[in-house]
Design a protein. Structure first.
Length: 259
């Protein structure tokens, strides 16, 4: 048994030709044979394909372990379903993300097997990670300030993006303005955040102190707090996250786990 949902909320997709829907469906059913893989595959796989002149992305989520197969069928929405709903939520609040088209769920008697999230491909000039690996990236400090602005907008809209990490923000420059787009959307909460929760939300972005200083000072301006106070707390959360990350990395190495 399968589920297929195709969004028709966005103005440009109000009259989607049946052929377009059929080609998306075919792409999903022949995912292993069709499309071009985008990036490196780890747990999940993303592929791109042009359909009727529109470049689309399909993210294939790995089959959950047996317990989660049951959970995702009866108790909780699948990652694909959540990605689809969260993308719509973001767009309604003016937060950038690739435009959602559909999600698919394939269900057996045991529970959820495979799920897929379909969206329009979003071109970008860089991800946040490039600012970490290239300290001399052109206009780096300005982009960091804009990243603080973007994160502030999330928080003002009661959005906690739990995977706020270097590869999950696409950045595109258009007419001297930087635009930000979130990807990997299945882990989000929509609620009012405390001051500490807002600052902690920056912890996964970068291990670089100079980047934290730039973002924290800009964020302090936006929330009317002392720059030193915001930097000290943001840097504290960043260091704690990095220590935990490195511990897990060392443990995986000892256990011979590559990912």
């Amino acid at each position: 048994m399968k589920k297929f949902i195709l969004v028709k909320e966005h103005k440009e997709f109000q009259d989607i030709p049946q052929s377009f829907q059929k080609q998306i469906t075919q792409f999903v059913h022949h995912f292993d044979q069709e499309g071009k893989q985008f990036g490196k595959a780890s747990r999940n796989v993303i592929k791109t394909k042009e359909i009727d002149g529109i470049k689309i992305n399909i993210k294939s989520f790995k089959v959950p372990h047996i317990l989660n197969q049951f959970v995702y069928k009866y108790l909780r929405k699948s990652k694909a379903h959540r990605s689809f709903e969260n993308a719509n939520y973001l767009l309604k609040r003016g937060v950038g993300t690739p435009k959602p088209l559909a999600y698919f769920e394939f269900i057996s008697v045991f529970g959820l097997q495979k799920s897929y999230y379909v969206s329009i491909h979003q071109d970008c000039d860089l991800t946040f990670r490039e600012l970490i690996t290239n300290p001399k990236y052109d206009d780096r400090e300005e982009i960091l300030k804009k990243m603080a602005d973007f994160t502030f907008k999330l928080h003002e809209n009661n959005i906690l993006f739990k995977d706020h990490s270097p590869g999950n923000t696409l950045i595109k420059k258009e007419e001297n303005e930087y635009h930000f787009y979130l990807v990997d959307l299945n882990r989000m909460e929509f609620r009012s955040l405390t001051f500490k929760e807002k600052i902690k939300n920056f912890a996964r972005l970068t291990p670089k102190e100079d980047m934290i200083k730039t973002m924290s000072h800009r964020y302090a301006e936006l929330i009317d707090k002392a720059p030193e106070q915001v930097f000290e707390l943001m840097w504290q959360y960043t260091q704690a996250f990095q220590e935990k990350f490195q511990r897990k990395k060392r443990l995986k190495k000892k256990l011979g786990i590559s990912k």
